[in-house]
Design a protein around this ligand. Structure first.
Ligand SMILES: *Cc1c(COP(=O)(O)O)cnc(C)c1O
Ligand code: SF4
Length: 357
């Protein structure tokens, strides 16, 4: 058995196992025993939790909370609505579509960490929504849609599939002449870096005409370790770029210092910040949500001008009509026929000539 499989065999998904890593509070214990929810993480990721602090940023992403029973803002059947599964276009369950040229292809509902803030909570965590993950059906659909040029393989976590299954998927997609790229969304570099084995590297390696891109999810600087750094390096050296899609989470990464440190630390392990997502209105995650403006303010106050430009993600809301960027709108302070007044991160202004069309 490989190390990553041992991590999954020893999955921390019982109170007894959790108690080896942290001093479980009464409220945490109540949530675990009373709520019918799938939860758990790898012993590796559990080892990064603070033993005594229930507000530990990693712990809050792992341990169920009774706050998940509150739902003032969440939209019922969120995933059906958000992923346009109730429209006229006939698609397999595994294909979510918001754009003409690219689709999300869900291949599993299993994860290496059941994130409490997951926007697919109804499917992945609470398992109230049942979908068929028929890979052949999905491949057939993509084969019949030549307008699709980019397939984003997602889950659950697709890297929990075996090397053979991933190899098969990639080979079948690369046989389709209309495809230009394959993307994977996987949290394994963060919650299970052991997954990046030589076997997996063989599957991902090589200079192909249809490249592979990966996006992972890291929400707090404490999630980044030497094992993360090694895993990312191992992916890059097989020709695969790694980006990050963080989720803006109240009390976890919504302050200036943490937000900046997260994005700087990602670059130190060669992960390029891609998106910061607003925490979506899926049911039961109200307690993680900030006002919409928060992400734009953080980019203004913590990133743009304050640190390396490469550290800047795009702040977006993922809606049912696609992702909508919500970047700070303070840059153009004024405009007349002659000039713009442009403002920088410090509030300083400079004129810039207005060009008429
Ligand atoms: C997020 C998403 C994509 C990819 O969006 P990009 O902005 O290209 O990264 C594609 N399809 C669906 C359904 C998505 O949710
Ligand atoms: S790894 Fe992704 S799909 Fe799985 S629980 Fe976390 S956010 Fe949801």
């Amino acid at each position: 058995m490989e190390l990553w499989q041992e991590q999954l065999q020893d999955f921390v998904h019982t109170l007894e196992r959790l108690k080896r890593h942290i001093n479980v509070t009464e409220q945490e214990e109540q949530a675990i025993t009373e709520m019918p929810t799938r939860w758990g993480t790898t012993p590796y990721f559990a080892g990064l939790m603070d033993r005594d602090d229930p507000n530990c940023p990693i712990r809050r992403q792992v341990v169920p909370s009774i706050q998940e029973q509150q739902n003032k803002y969440g939209i019922p059947n969120y995933l059906i609505w958000k992923e346009n599964r109730n429209t006229d276009e006939v698609r397999p369950d595994s294909i979510a579509r918001q754009y003409t040229d690219r689709v999300a292809f869900t291949v599993t509902d299993v994860c290496a960490n059941y994130c409490r803030h997951c926007f697919r909570k109804e499917l992945v965590v609470d398992q109230e929504l049942k979908l068929r993950f028929d890979v052949e059906e999905g491949l057939d659909w993509i084969r019949e849609h030549p307008e699709v040029r980019d397939v984003l393989i997602t889950g659950g976590d697709p890297f929990l599939l075996s090397d053979d299954k991933l190899d098969y998927l990639i080979r079948k997609l690369r046989e389709m002449p209309h495809l230009q790229m394959i993307r994977f969304g996987t949290r394994t570099p963060i919650v299970l870096p052991h997954r990046i084995t030589n076997g997996l590297r063989k599957v991902l390696s090589g200079r192909h005409d249809i490249p592979i891109w990966i996006n992972t999810q890291c929400n707090h600087p404490r999630e980044i370790t030497d094992l993360t750094a090694q895993g990312i390096y191992d992916l890059l050296t097989c020709g695969v770029n790694v980006g990050n899609q963080a989720v803006l989470l109240k009390g976890i990464n919504d302050d200036v210092e943490t937000f900046r440190e997260l994005h700087q630390k990602l670059l130190t392990v060669r992960i390029r910040p891609y998106y910061v997502f607003y925490c979506e209105p899926a049911p039961g995650i109200d307690h993680f949500r900030t006002p919409v403006e928060k992400g734009a303010e953080l980019i203004r106050d913590a990133i743009r001008g304050h640190t390396t430009g490469l550290a800047q993600p795009m702040y977006v809301i993922a809606t049912r009509i696609g992702k909508i960027p919500l970047m700070p709108d303070y840059y153009i302070q004024a405009k007349n026929e002659k000039e713009y007044t442009l403002r920088n991160y410090q509030g300083k202004t400079t004129p810039w000539p207005t060009i008429s069309e």
